[in-house]
Ligand binder design. Structure first.
Ligand code: KG4
Ligand code: ZN
Length: 362
């Protein structure tokens, strides 16, 4: 079976075609992503109106490119999957409308996909089915808009067991990165800067968080941040306090006329952000004996988070699945993957399908 997937929830237009073979393996035939980052960079963040307009310009040529890449025509497609929520409404509507028209014209089934479920489904795209996670598992979705922990009991049944109560981890990196003079989105550059900071603090490359915690830099109080892990017994997070602490710290340095050491700042900030996530992931895994961990979303590309979650899962003797970097950010193969499972579960969308900005997982 061949599925075409469309993604337009934020600032990437993406179209992909996947083949699902008889054993249920999800194999990529084409994956095209058009990033609008250069359009939004000027404003330091995504401008919804610009995003919607760029999606409408890009979606047809990108679809043609996907067919060329796969060596197929629309008549070869058996089903259509589209991200219908959550996201920017004007952006989502472009993909949903295009997908509806495609399904109508080809007379094939249409399935609506939740963007966060799709991020997690990126882990199912694998040639070797033993390397793709199978529910039940715990999933961590970390992106520009989300920091959520899910109990995934089947390919389509998700229960949110922890979430951010305010800013997402990606937003926390992007906004503070901007204050450090990094361009939007700051996540990847922040990652590199923090790496230099950890190396400086520990006097060696590839220092672990345990090394950093023992370092003199960690004990110096001038660059310490509050933990975003809430300690109220829940698995929730609050990243707004971390962000505010960073802004206040910068002001304090400014007032004293001192230059902030960007690398040390980035390392101290990353330490708290990542450690908070690791603490709650560990608690979630301990509550669900034997469950593996799946990590997904743009921030799953963060090298410090990947390494720390590797340590946590190794300590608890659990399997860890993280999609390749190319599938961590927004793409449409992940939409094909979740779309296939929605189709298998009989969750077909009607002709009245609408997009929804809403955060609640479908
Ligand atoms: O999943 P995604 O592509 O889009 C959303 O659905 O939000 O995630 C984008 C986010 C941005 O905040 C970006 O800064 C962050 O992922 N990101 C990273 C890294 N690479 C991308 N954050 C931290 N470290 C990285 N290496
Ligand atoms: Zn995303």
């Amino acid at each position: 079976m061949k599925i075409i997937g469309f993604e337009s929830s934020c600032d990437e237009t993406a179209v992909a075609i996947a083949e699902i073979d008889e054993s249920g393996r999800i194999l990529p035939l084409a994956s095209c992503v058009n990033s609008q980052i250069p359009l939004h960079r000027l404003y330091g963040g995504v401008v919804p109106e610009i995003a919607g307009r760029a999606h409408i310009e890009n979606i047809s040529p990108l679809t043609e490119e996907a067919f060329k890449q796969a060596g197929l025509t629309p008549a070869d497609i058996d089903a259509v999957a589209v991200t219908a929520n959550p996201g920017l409404i004007g952006a989502l509507l472009v993909g949903v409308n295009f997908a509806k028209a495609f399904a109508f014209a080809q007379n094939v089934p249409l399935v609506a996909v939740d963007h966060m479920k799709a991020h997690i489904a990126a882990a199912y795209v694998h040639k070797d089915s033993t390397k793709a996670p199978k529910p039940p598992f715990i999933a961590l979705a970390v992106s520009g808009g989300h920091t959520s922990l899910y109990l995934v009991s089947s390919y389509t049944d998700y229960k949110e067991i922890g979430a951010t109560r305010d800013d997402a981890i990606g937003e926390a990196f992007d906004k503070v990165g901007r204050l450090l003079g990094l361009s939007y989105p700051a996540g990847a550059e922040f990652d590199k800067l923090a790496k230099e900071g950890f190396a400086l603090a520990c006097g060696k490359e590839d220092a672990t968080f345990a090394d950093y915690k023992k370092s003199a830099h960690f004990r110096v109080q001038d660059l310490r941040f509050p933990s975003p892990a809430l300690s109220d017994g829940s698995l929730d997070f609050s990243f707004s306090g971390l962000k505010t602490a960073a802004v206040n710290l910068m002001h304090r340095f400014d007032q004293k006329g001192e230059q902030i050491e960007r690398e040390r700042f980035a390392a101290a900030y990353t330490y708290e952000a990542v450690e908070a996530v690791a603490t709650h992931v560990k608690a979630a895994l301990q509550a669900y004996e034997g469950y593996p961990l799946v990590v997904a979303g743009g921030v799953a590309a963060n090298s410090h988070l990947r390494k720390r979650l590797g340590e946590v899962t190794a300590f608890l003797k659990r399997d860890l699945f993280i999609p390749p970097l190319s599938l961590c950010g927004d793409n449409a193969l992940m939409v094909c993957a979740q779309g296939y499972h929605e189709l298998e579960a009989g969750n077909l969308a009607g002709t009245d399908l609408n997009a929804s900005a809403s955060d609640s997982i479908m």
